[in-house]
Design a binder for this molecule. Structure first.
Ligand SMILES: Cc1cc2nc3c(=O)[nH]c(=O)nc-3n(C[C@H](O)[C@H](O)[C@H](O)COP(=O)(O)OP(=O)(O)OC[C@H]3O[C@@H](n4cnc5c(N)ncnc54)[C@H](O)[C@@H]3O)c2cc1C
Length: 432
């Protein structure tokens, strides 16, 4: 089948790989000049299969709003609040009231996480090996008793759901992470031994090259301008070539060209909402901003070995080969790309309080990106309104983690197979 994939982030490229391996003719279009240049560029690098959870947790809105007043609170909301921000917060608040919705979504995300882990292990082989990745677990650490009891609650949930984990004393945490010698207090930690890390951007680029070798056609600097609909089918799309530099003129066919297709897979991250609207779908995906700092290591012996989530500063610190990345914040700021110094300062403080002397974050590369978040949290995976439209989007905080499993499931749906797991929690029409 002739398949058009919209979006060459990690989600679109892993789907392209799954489909070309199943014998489909795949074209991937992306408005940027290469793969993984939007949200998949510099995320925290965690493949947190046992650590995936819905965004709309019970009490999260209250806790988050209280944290708004603190410099270290992870949630930030730019004022004045836009109607879209209010709509998103209201929907999240509504979902967070339903413990049942949370429990069902959490279990489904964990099942998808485990399936993705298995799929990823197959993917890691030659197609995309050089991505500074490893499987050395994920550790969440607590610096005080309150954080500790929150982690203990999480451990009980993992226990119930059968996710392997271990509780570590402060000494055991330091044994696992000998570089953790900073002044930040340490009470204990929760470790998920099967989770992994890796540079999502490097992985996606390598996999895109492997896709090309298998015959996938990538059209970069090309945006979807409009859909061509015929009854309940998408017949094709009008594409627009974009200039190499903003403000420049399009190199070829500035008025666009037409691409006929048998199947569309929408993987356009935060842009999926606007692209799906003419197709009669309301996808309330909101861009939730975060920041990262990436630096070469100065002293690897003082650096993290794997990935550490610090409950105090709410930062994730991840070793990526000879580099380290520190990530944090969930900010509702529409699509503003500015990077305030005070946010980066919190990331630096969080890192220094745990791994002093490992790297000089004063010279680190700063980045901001937008998590394509759904109001409840699970991604959107399944058939759209049109009989030849599949959706694989809205991955929020966990797109790198869940991409490999979702790509496979898209292949199963397209080929009329029973998907590897039930998809009710990910239904595209669940918001209506
Ligand atoms: C700070 C931060 C930390 C994170 N940490 C982690 C982590 O540790 N682990 C994890 O699993 N996830 C993490 N994430 C989330 C993860 O990065 C995302 O879920 C994932 O990158 C989404 O991938 P995607 O392919 O759906 O979207 P994107 O990577 O954004 O790709 C979408 C693509 O669609 C293209 N596109 C958009 N509109 C059009 C159009 N009209 N025509 C053509 N192309 C179009 C875009 O150019 C883009 O390339 C983090 C995110 C942030 C912001």
């Amino acid at each position: 089948m002739n398949v058009l994939i919209v979006g060459a982030g990690v989600v679109g490229v892993t789907a392209a790989w799954a489909l070309v391996r199943r014998g489909h003719q795949v074209t991937v279009v992306d408005r940027l000049e290469g793969a993984a240049l939007e949200t998949s560029l510099a995320n925290a690098g965690q493949r947190s299969y046992g650590y995936v959870y819905p965004w709309a947790a019970a009490g999260m809105v209250g806790t988050a709003l209280r944290g708004l007043l603190s410099r270290y609170g992870p949630l930030k909301i730019t004022t004045p609040w836009s109607p879209r921000t209010l709509e998103f917060l209201a929907m999240t608040a509504r979902y967070s009231l339903s413990q049942r919705h949370y429990a069902v979504s959490h279990a489904a995300m964990l099942e998808l996480g485990e399936y993705s882990r298995q799929c990823f292990l197959a993917l890691e082989e030659p197609p995309a090996r050089k991505f500074d990745g490893q499987h050395d677990g994920l550790m969440e650490v607590a610096g005080n008793q309150a954080a500790c009891s929150a982690l203990r609650t999480k451990a009980r949930t993992l226990e119930k759901l059968g996710i392997e984990h271990e509780w570590l004393s402060a000494a055991a945490v330091r044994q696992r992470e000998p570089g953790m010698q900073g002044s930040g207090t340490l009470v204990g930690g929760l470790r998920l031994p099967h989770d992994g890390t890796g540079d999502c951007h490097r992985f996606t680029r390598a996999l895109a090259r492997a896709c090309e070798r298998q015959g996938v056609h990538f059209q970069y600097r090309t945006a979807i301008r409009d859909w061509d609909l015929e009854g309940r089918r998408i017949r094709g799309a009008w594409l627009q070539s974009l200039p190499e530099h903003p403000g420049g003129s399009a190199k070829d066919e500035p008025s666009g060209h037409y691409l006929e297709t048998g199947q569309v897979v929408l993987c356009a991250g935060c842009a999926s909402r606007d692209l799906a609207r003419p197709l009669g779908l309301n996808l309330p995906i909101y861009p939730v901003k975060g920041y990262s700092l990436t630096s070469d290591l100065e002293d690897p012996s003082k650096a993290p070995r794997s990935t550490v989530v610090d409950h105090g500063y709410k930062v994730a610190i991840t070793r990526l080969g000879k580099r380290v990345r520190v990530t944090g914040f969930v900010e509702l700021d529409s699509f503003q790309r500015k990077i305030p110094t005070r946010r980066l300062q919190v990331l630096r403080e969080g890192f220094a309080s745990r791994f002093p002397g490992a790297a000089d974050l004063g010279r680190a590369e700063a980045w901001t990106g937008f998590r394509p978040m759904t109001p409840d949290g699970p991604p959107i995976l399944g058939w759209g309104h049109q009989e030849n439209l599949l959706l694989n989007t809205g991955h929020g905080t966990f797109g790198w983690t869940l991409s490999a499993g979702c790509g496979e499931i898209i292949g199963q749906l397209l080929d009329g197979e029973t998907p590897a797991m039930g998809l009710a929690a990910f239904r595209p029409d669940r918001f209506t």
